[in-house]
Each structure stands twice: as structure tokens, then as C-alpha cells.
Design a protein around this ligand. Structure first.
Ligand code: SF4
Length: 206
């Protein structure tokens, strides 16, 4: 069992590497988001997960109890969690979820290049610690971080290779929410299809 939770009193994994990582995130003031953002939010999930989801930045969360957890506490989180739990029923016991930047940008704006650059060492650390076999980049910012430059309408149907991992790109759930219920159903269908492809790939690799 290697569930990890965020900062501020949540229970977290005792893995010393991850503990150090959390402490470094907590102490970080390397960009302006620490001053202007609403809250900080490291990754959450299973260390050693085969599948890692990477979004853009923590979203605004009204309930203070839910701050510090990625993709928890707003509508786009609900859509992503629906997509994850439908396909990975153990949820955070079998996947890991994080963001490119760990602090919530003011007004939920996109993180800027210098903010992404400042936070990049933390994502590298997570990738080293979790060591996933499959990465799912959610949205343009995450896709760019992993070197995908194609439009998401094309990229979402493709499989990429990144540092020995299978890489998928999907729209960010917050973007999908703008287009209503039908788009959400389509999003869930895309996740089901992706899960089949992931399972086939993992079977070949194991
Ligand atoms: S966004 Fe990242 S680099 Fe910037 S202060 Fe937060 S943890 Fe540090």
C-alpha cells in the first residue's frame, strides 16, 4: 500500500524519497505562484503506479479541507475521477495523479513559462519516484511538457513514446466541461478505449 496524500496534515506515504519530495514542495518559493496562488498541491496516489496522470495546475477549491489534493473538489475533478475509477477501480491505490505546477495560479489562469520551468524539477522527481510505465498528459500544458506539439484533437487518438513510457494525451477535464454532457460521455468513452490500449501494452511489456 503506498497511498500518499498531500500536505497540511494528510496522511502520507512513509517512503523517504517521497517524504523528502513533499518537504521540498512545501518549502518551495521558487516562483510567484507561492505568493499569489490559493494553495499548494503535490501529487497523490500510488508510488510504483503503472499509470500516471499529469494535469496542468491545481484548480481552485472552495472547501479548505480539500485543498492540497490534486483533482479533488471541483467539477473537472469529478469528471476525471469518474474516468479513472471506471477504469481503475482501486483509484489512487493503483494510479498516481499530479500536475505540471504544484501551486494554484490566481483565477485559475494558465501557468506561465517561467512558473512551469521553476516547478519542472518536482515533476521530474515524481516521475523518478513513481516510475510509471504509462503517462497520460491532460491538456495542452501537460502535453507540451512531454514534448507533444500536435493539436489535441489529433493527439488524443495517438500513442506516443516518452522516455520508455507509453504516452497518451487527452483534453483537460475542465475544457471538456464547457461542452456539456455529451462531450463528457465522449470523454469517458475515450478513456475506456485508452484503458484497453494500456492493458494490451502492459501485457506485452510484462
Ligand atoms: S508552483 Fe512549483 S515552483 Fe512555484 S512556488 Fe509552487 S511548488 Fe514552487
Amino acid at each position: 500500500m503506498s497511498i500518499v496524500h498531500g500536505l497540511d496534515g494528510w496522511i502520507f506515504n512513509k517512503d523517504p524519497l517521497f517524504f523528502d519530495h513533499l518537504n521540498r514542495v512545501e518549502a518551495c518559493h521558487n516562483c510567484g505562484l507561492r505568493q499569489t496562488g490559493q494553495h499548494q498541491c503535490p501529487g497523490l496516489g500510488c508510488l510504483g503506479a503503472k499509470v500516471m496522470f499529469v494535469g496542468e495546475a491545481p484548480g481552485r477549491v472552495e472547501n479548505p479541507d480539500l485543498r492540497g489534493l490534486p483533482f479533488v473538489g471541483n467539477k473537472s475533478s469529478d469528471l476525471l475521477l469518474d474516468a479513472i475509477y471506471t477504469n481503475w477501480p482501486k483509484g489512487y491505490d493503483e494510479v498516481y495523479v499530479t500536475n505540471v505546477v504544484k501551486c494554484n495560479p490566481p483565477m485559475n489562469r494558465k501557468p506561465e513559462e517561467d512558473e512551469i520551468k521553476s516547478c519542472t524539477p518536482f515533476l521530474w522527481e515524481e516521475l523518478r519516484i513513481v516510475n510509471p510505465w504509462v503517462v497520460v498528459a491532460l491538456g495542452r500544458t501537460a502535453a507540451n511538457w512531454f514534448g507533444v506539439r500536435e493539436g489535441l484533437n489529433t493527439a488524443k487518438w495517438k500513442e506516443y513514446s516518452w522516455n520508455g513510457c507509453l504516452l497518451f494525451v487527452k483534453f483537460h477535464p475542465a475544457f471538456i466541461l464547457r461542452f456539456g454532457y455529451k462531450a463528457q460521455l465522449q470523454y469517458l468513452a475515450e478513456f475506456r478505449l485508452m484503458k484497453k490500449e494500456i492493458d494490451m501494452w502492459l501485457k506485452r511489456k510484462e
